[in-house]
Design a protein around this ligand. Structure first.
Ligand code: AQP
Length: 324
């Protein structure tokens, strides 16, 4: 059975980009893989966070994983900072990571334009490599933005294996081309993101029905007035990608279904689809979030599982280095 590992930062409100690019892919794979999903709070603190807010966000993200369909009988969910093996392996990997390679990371360059640069932000991809390699992961389902980090993870694994002996499995990223990069509803050239300053650009999983409808209504389109495969711009293509993802169908089928429909009519259909799905997720979320004992039990089970499994790889890496 293949091992799948992925995670999301509790750095803000989860949005439909996180759902489409990551969580919905996780849900699909959990029946036939060993699936391990993490709330990556140590990554989140690489940019300033409010301590009381992040505590709440960690639980919110875990509850959203479950509400979106991650089943704790099939998958493990845990909090990154509750398993110290992640930071220990990250330190080891730091010692083989070329400085220049980290300087070339696009996410680092983008984030360091918005935030004061700290060493943690620079080192973010090495901690991510540690997260993945600890579980002998085969596949990492992520959005397009994380592809470069997975490539670095493979490079580090290969380098360590060559230098010290076979220790880590080389993981592959799993990126679905139609939905790999959901863009802001206000700027089709910018990724939909938790840290977007324009609230109209992002549909959050916990948005109210009114907000969802307003955001879709105000989403930018282009100078055309109806859907056509041949002449639509990036903004309408983004809305169609969201529609396809929520309908769980290919973009080709969506174009065939909606060809010739006016943008206004399409936006109405899209709003209905997104509202229905998010209402279902929000109903489950409210139930799960109100039962903190249950949530804590799921996270404790995940923590024990992750510590046991990751310790085997960490010990092997230390042994190879002559550390034990
Ligand atoms: N717009 C997106 N389209 C498709 N996938 C996306 N992901 C994020 N945004 C999109 C995927 O969601 C997972 C979790 O991302 P993350 O929280 O670890 O970090 P991120 O990619 O930096 O996400 P955000 O929303 O942009 O957060 P901030 O603003 O805090 O940096 C990843 O698999 C990611 O690919």
């Amino acid at each position: 059975m293949k091992t799948v590992f992925s995670g999301i930062q509790p750095s803000g409100d989860l949005h439909i980009g996180n759902y489409i690019g990551a969580i919905s892919q996780w849900v699909k794979g959990q029946d036939f893989t060993e699936s391990i999903f993490c709330v990556v709070d140590l990554h989140a603190i690489t940019v300033p966070q409010n301590p009381s807010a992040i505590k709440e966000k960690v639980l919110e993200v875990a509850a959203l994983y479950l509400a979106c369909g991650i089943d704790p009988r099939k998958s493990k969910i845990f909090i990154q900072s509750e398993n110290p093996n992640h930071t220990e392996l990250a330190w080891i990997l730091n010692t083989i990571t070329p400085f220049g390679q980290l300087e070339r990371m696009t996410q680092f360059k983008e984030k360091s334009e918005k935030h004061e640069v700290n060493v943690g932000l620079f080192d973010y991809p090495v901690l991510m490599a540690s997260d993945i390699l600890l579980y002998q992961t085969d596949e990492v389902p992520v959005g397009e933005d994380q592809k470069q980090h997975i490539e670095l993870t493979r490079d580090l694994a290969e380098k360590f294996n060559k230098k010290f002996g076979q220790t880590f499995k080389l993981p592959n990223s799993v990126i679905h081309k139609d939905t790999a990069r959901i863009m802001s509803l206000q700027n089709p050239l910018s990724k939909m993101s938790k840290s977007d300053n324009d609230p109209l650009g992002t549909i959050n999983l916990l948005d109210t029905v009114e907000k969802i409808k307003e955001k879709i209504k105000k989403a930018v389109t282009d100078s055309n007035s109806s859907i056509s495969k041949d002449n639509g711009g990036e903004a309408i293509a983004n809305l169609l990608a969201i529609y396809s993802a929520f309908k769980d169908q290919s973009l080709d089928i969506t174009y065939n279904e909606l060809d010739g429909k006016s943008y206004g009519e399409f936006k109405g259909l899209l709003a209905e689809l997104v509202v229905d799905k998010l209402k279902e997720i929000q109903g489950k979320y409210t139930q799960i979030r109100s039962d903190e004992k249950y949530l804590r039990r799921v996270l404790d089970e995940g923590k024990d599982y992750s510590i046991n499994k990751s310790l085997k790889t960490l010990n092997k890496a230390k042994e190879q280095l002559g550390l034990m």
